[in-house]
Write a protein that binds this ligand. Sequence first.
Ligand SMILES: Cc1ncc(COP(=O)(O)O)c(C=O)c1O
Length: 396
Amino acid sequence: MVNQGLETRLSSELDSMLERGTLKHLQEIEGRQSAVVELEGYGEVVNLCSNNYLGLCDEPEVMDAIEAGVERYGAGTSSVRFICGTFTIHRELEEALAEFMGTEASVTYTSCWNANEGLFAPLLSEEDVLISDELNHASIIDGIRLCKARRAIYAHMEMDSLREALRAAEDARHRLVVTDGVFSMEGEIAPLPEIRELCDEHDAIMVIDDSHATGVLGETGHGTPEHYGMHGEIDIVTSTLGKALGGMAGGFTASSETVVEYLVQNSRTQLFTNALPPHSACGALAAVRHLEAHPELVAKLRRNTAYFRERLLEMGYRPIEGDTPIVPIIIGDTADAIALSRRLLDHGAFVIGFGFPVVPEGKARIRCQISAGHDTAHLDTALDALRKVGTELGIL
Ligand SMILES: Cc1ncc(COP(=O)(O)O)c(C=O)c1O
């Protein structure tokens, strides 16, 4: 028991979440993150809710690199980068990530959350305007909250709305436009060519968070810019090492040498928190190299995604349209989405339901995520579960 008043209020809010069916239950995986996982209370289930897009979480080359990293560099840094937390592997990884993104330089963080949170405040101040898509990731929103620049929100992927915001910011010293490359809850791809054009017209800085596209989109997995043939044309790219690139921890910002050096000197989530553990950096570098050597993984992910989406449509589901491996099915009510995901588990498919505040009120959904680690048999098991449960709950 901590403070009595706090305990009472929090317990009552938790009880009410339980009653409304919106309380999240943290499911325990008893083995490795993979296409099929051993789930507490359910045994083996097909996993359709991880960001393990390329199946690299249990890739031997990645795991071996982590082990070798522990051997060479020990458990951790016990320091921020600028004191004594910069190791050889940080430089190697940052060079590789810059090359991967087609930028001059990059700097790693312990997460993409930290990369986004530490990005805007050092670059912009009161004389500037920061313009953000209304559905951008929470880490971008929090990063913006910490920045003193004026703010403008444009309607989700609406270029007229963005144009208007840019026009209204003509008097600013800098204008910065930020968007997710792929929106994590919708699976939609941001219209980068149009955003680039508007940014050029209005001399604005263009920033994307490509966390759900790195290793996923584009012929060779270089992300949303590659998807549009714009590799290297974005001013600043942030992304994660915690999804397709091995699923460990870590994130990074890639940009010009000047921007990166400025962040190294001034970004608070760079200066006041430990550096990325070296063994994670080793694993991430191995994941980048593995992806470069195996572009067929990206092709398999694309094939799996097309197969899954086509079968869903045939069955009568109406997922949000798109080509990304994020396949959301809108259910509406949060409790219904959670109930659906629970029933799917009974049929061997691990799919999570999302409700408010992760998604807007009334737009609760289940989100299926496809991986190159899935075989057709895995996808068929999940599709079979979706058919049975959809019929049982009257969704189909
Ligand atoms: C678009 C986006 N940005 C950033 C993050 C945070 O990434 P990380 O887990 O590396 O902090 C996520 C993760 O959910 C994300 O979806």
